[in-house]
Structure formats: C-alpha cells, structure tokens
Design a protein around this ligand. Structure first.
Ligand SMILES: C[S@@+](CC[C@H](N)C(=O)[O-])C[C@H]1O[C@@H](n2cnc3c(N)ncnc32)[C@H](O)[C@@H]1O
Length: 219
C-alpha cells in the first residue's frame, strides 16, 4: 500500500517535471531523510507554519510528524496539478494556489505570526529578483526568532549573498544527506537582527536588491 502510494507520487511528480521542468526542477519528490532535516528545528508550538512549493507533500507529512497541527499549515503551491491531492491529503490545512513571489502583497496573515517557512522552491532556477521577492515576502509574516528553511542540490546557499545582505538575513547550513536524489543540503535563513523587516520597508528593500543586481550585471 505504502509502496503503491510512493510509486504513484513518483509518477505524479515525474509527469509534472516532464510538462514543466523549470518549475518542478526535480524528477522525484524529496526523500524522507531530507524531509527530516528540513523540519528538524521546528516544534509543535512554532505554528502557524508556511510551506512553499509542497508538491506531493513530503515536507508537509514531516511537519505533521513533528507535532505541527494540520490547521496551522498554509501550503503555497503554484502548480495546479498538485492542488487537488494536497487538499485531499491535508483537508485541515490552508492550500493556496499562488506564486510564492507574491507573498507580501497577498496578505495571507495579519502581523507576524509565523514561526517558520519551509521551502521546497527551486531557487536555483529563479531570477535574483524573484528570490528577493520570495524571501522579503516570507519575512513580512515571520515572528522574531523565526526561520526560513531551504534545501539545495548545489554546493552553497541558493540565496545570493547580496540578497541576504540587503534583506538583513544570514544563512547557516544545518545539514545534508546523500540519501536523496540528488544529494541535498539544508540552510536555515534567519534575521541578523530581530524584526529587521517590516511591510513598509519591503518595497524599498526589494527595489534596492534589484538595483544592486542590475549594477553587478553591468560590470
Ligand atoms: C523541487 S519541487 C519540491 C516539491 C516538494 N517540496 C518536495 O521536496 O518533494 C518544487 C515545487 O515548487 C513548486 N513551485 C515552483 N515555483 C513556485 C512558485 N513560484 N510558487 C509556488 N510554488 C512553486 C513546484 O510546482 C513544485 O511543487
């Protein structure tokens, strides 16, 4: 039964990758080992939690296994092909079909209630501008001490250093696994100083990042 559902998830994911390789950016869902590392620092009392790019829900299941209540989960997925199965599997979670780059404008929470953001987004295939919007938008909702967890198949943090600097963030590698296809590392991205970002500063800071990136590209 479990093997059947893992196989059907694999086929679902693989077909999505075939039709949209840049957006899905992996041929198979993440493995349990990576899901454990991605959620290892998150505890039951950290809710609400935002998950970006849940796909078939590997990290969602790991969050539930760590005691997060399903009704504390907001799942943000752009791919329409994943929405129905996410709603069916996690009926008490809030599932939103939207681009994670529009988080700040979407007003999905009042204030800064979120304890953690778990991201399965393919940042390596996104533009610096898009990455900056996603990070800035996520931290609009993040309470003091909260963190953004991101995995990557690359050798370093997938958020470029100028973006981290401009947003007042720092990245720390918290682990990695070779028991994943392909092997992956996990980064915790957090504020250098608590409450560095506010909704008012978001626009200014995003445009600052754009200017910096544009200046680098001109060199
Ligand atoms: C590499 S897959 C990861 C899926 C799942 N988290 C896992 O680890 O198996 C990337 C996921 O991000 C979604 N995605 C890509 N771009 C997105 C965006 N701009 N906003 C929201 N979701 C996006 C894709 O549809 C896909 O579900």
């Amino acid at each position: 039964m479990i093997a059947n559902s893992a196989f059907s998830d694999f086929m679902h994911f693989f077909r999505s990758w075939l039709s949209n390789p840049l957006r899905v950016a992996a041929i198979a869902p993440s493995g349990d080992s990576l899901a454990r590392i991605m959620t290892s620092e998150i505890a039951a009392l950290d809710g609400p939690i935002i998950e970006l790019g849940p796909g078939t829900g590997v990290f969602t299941r790991a969050l539930l296994a760590r005691g997060i209540s399903e009704c504390d989960l907001t799942l943000i997925e752009y791919g329409p092909e994943f929405i129905g199965s996410l709603q069916k599997r996690f009926p008490d979670a809030r599932v939103l079909q939207m681009d994670a780059g529009h988080l700040a404008q979407a007003n999905i929470f009042e204030g800064e209630p979120v304890g953690a953001v778990v991201s399965g987004l393919p940042l390596l295939s996104m533009s610096p501008r898009k990455i900056a919007s996603i990070l800035a938008g996520a931290f609009v909702y993040m309470r003091a001490g909260g963190a953004f967890y991101q995995f990557t198949y690359g050798p370093r943090c997938p958020v470029p250093r100028p973006i981290l600097d401009r947003l007042g963030l720092k990245a720390t590698r918290i682990g990695g696994t070779v028991r994943n296809l392909p092997p992956a590392s996990v980064y915790r991205i957090s504020r250098r100083r608590p409450l560095e970002l506010s909704r008012e500063r978001f626009k200014f800071r995003s445009s600052g990042v754009d200017m910096e990136i544009a200046a680098e590209a001109d060199d």
